[in-house]
Design a binder for this molecule. Structure first.
Ligand SMILES: Cc1cc2nc3c(=O)[nH]c(=O)nc-3n(C[C@H](O)[C@H](O)[C@H](O)COP(=O)(O)OP(=O)(O)OC[C@H]3O[C@@H](n4cnc5c(N)ncnc54)[C@H](O)[C@@H]3O)c2cc1C
Length: 415
């Protein structure tokens, strides 16, 4: 019996709301054990995603939560059998924690990207090569197909992302930041930590001495023969982009803030956390619910259509649920001044939000904090217990991080 007959393939792109995420979680749970470990590396193509969850965009926007994935896997299979699936969920947490501890890597990425975009304007040969890659006109069948899939669905299988990034850097010899930018703007799960640090990992900028080389035989095997690239057309070598790699020392993590139980509050939903029902704000005096009006930009160039659509609908879904939860009608705010006006007219004295992660969300808050303070509104940036418990372990490599999983699960009472 084929994989597809055993487990249904989800629609890609998936429906951007919590209910669709929960439905997919339920349908995929039986797959989270040994089958996932054995099959996850196969990219059967956009029509057959039965071997992976395709929940990353839901998790990215916290329409569905990491502990919900972990709990489903643990309950159905136990920690040992579901180890691989749980570790993959924790890779996301690891990357996020790693970047929280070293935010300068995000600032460097933005500066390097700005420089690369400037160079594109001046260097016609580079510009031509970039546009051929970006438009899927390289002549490399697999690569061109992945570009098409990315543009049409906003999603690529993990293995395809690794091959894509490797070919971009080592075969097409394009600047890694331009490829990372293309992914970040077009992926429906586009995430500053997972994306930037995975690209860095492929190019030997994350783990000293480690790079990823896309091989023709590996592509053929793991695409089930859908692609049979000519080995001579791919790079044979993947030297690290920075052979003298050194990371900045981890900085102190920002602690989450507890809301003032006596102060009237405004709940502010943004695209990084759209499940206000689990913010533990039930006993507070919530007077207004406000959502970010539009998806945030993820770079200097335009946000991809699939990513913009997914995020916009996810924001609407999150706001609708939050409104129902607090018995209020959620309003959309395009500017910080709108949030301030809404807080004032509702009589709110504190603004509750989940602390945005390092990336566009945190960049925006850096600009907003002063305006809120000036308006005499207290900003309460909460942190989820999942992040607070896991992030301190992201100081070194994933090996150390993953060995902490049982301890953290105990702490979070997930066993
Ligand atoms: C170059 C490159 C760029 C990437 N950019 C992103 C990105 O912008 N956003 C993003 O969410 N993931 C990114 N990934 C990680 C990974 O490819 C996706 O999370 C995964 O393919 C999502 O598919 P899925 O939900 O079916 O995963 P599953 O295999 O079903 O895994 C379950 C969950 O675990 C997490 N996960 C799985 N694999 C990884 C991984 N390698 N790293 C981090 N988290 C993982 C995801 O949240 C996922 O939903 C990138 C990987 C590479 C190599």
């Amino acid at each position: 019996m084929s994989q597809t007959e055993l487990f249904a393939s989800p629609p890609v792109p998936p429906t951007p709301d919590r209910q669709a995420g929960l439905d997919r979680l339920k349908a995929f749970t039986p797959m989270m054990g040994r089958r996932y470990a054995a099959q996850r590396n196969f990219d059967f193509g956009p029509e057959d995603r039965s071997n992976i969850s395709v929940l990353s965009a839901h998790v990215r926007h916290r329409l569905v939560l990491e502990p919900e994935l972990a709990q489903a896997a643990l309950k159905a299979h136990g920690l040992q059998t579901a180890e691989k699936f749980i570790q993959e969920v924790c890779w996301r947490t690891y990357w996020k924690g790693w970047l929280e501890l070293r935010p300068s890597r995000w600032s460097e990425y933005k500066a390097e990207l700005s420089q690369a975009l400037h160079t594109l304007g001046e260097d016609e040969a580079l510009r031509r090569r970039y546009h051929a890659a970006r438009n899927g006109l390289t002549g490399l069948e697999c690569f061109d197909a992945w570009v098409g899939e990315l543009m049409q669905t906003g999603y690529l299988h993990n293995h395809a992302r690794m091959w894509f990034a490797s070919i971009w850097i080592y075969t097409l010899e394009l600047p890694w930041v331009l490829g990372a930018d293309l992914f970040l703007r077009h992926l429906i799960d586009g995430d500053p930590a997972s994306n930037t640090l995975s690209w860095r990992w492929v190019g030997g900028l994350q783990t000293a001495g480690k790079t990823y080389l896309a091989r023709a035989s590996n592509i053929e095997k793991y695409t089930g023969g859908r692609f049979t690239p000519d080995a001579g057309a791919l790079a044979h070598d993947a030297p690290p982009l920075d052979p003298a790699l050194q990371h900045p020392a981890p900085q102190t993590l920002a602690a989450g803030e507890a809301p003032d139980p006596d102060a009237p509050a405004l709940v502010w939903l943004h695209e990084e956390d759209l499940h206000a029902e689990s913010w533990a704000a039930d006993r507070l005096d919530v007077r207004a619910v406000v959502r970010q009006a539009q998806p945030l930009a993820r770079g200097e160039l335009e946000l991809g259509e699939c990513a913009a659509r997914f995020t916009q609908q996810a924001l609407i879904d999150g706001a609708k649920r939050a409104g129902a939860h607090f018995g209020l009608t959620a309003q959309a705010a395009a500017h910080i001044e709108d949030v301030i006006d809404m807080a004032r007219s509702a009589g709110a004295k504190q603004i509750l939000m989940q602390r945005p992660a390092v990336g566009p969300g945190q960049d925006q808050m850096a600009a907003y904090r002063a305006a809120l303070a000036q308006a005499d509104l207290t900003l309460c940036e909460m942190r989820r217990s999942w992040d607070a418990a896991f992030h301190p372990y992201a100081t070194k490599g994933f090996f150390k991080f993953k060995s902490a999983i049982p301890t953290v699960f105990d702490q979070l009472r997930l066993n």
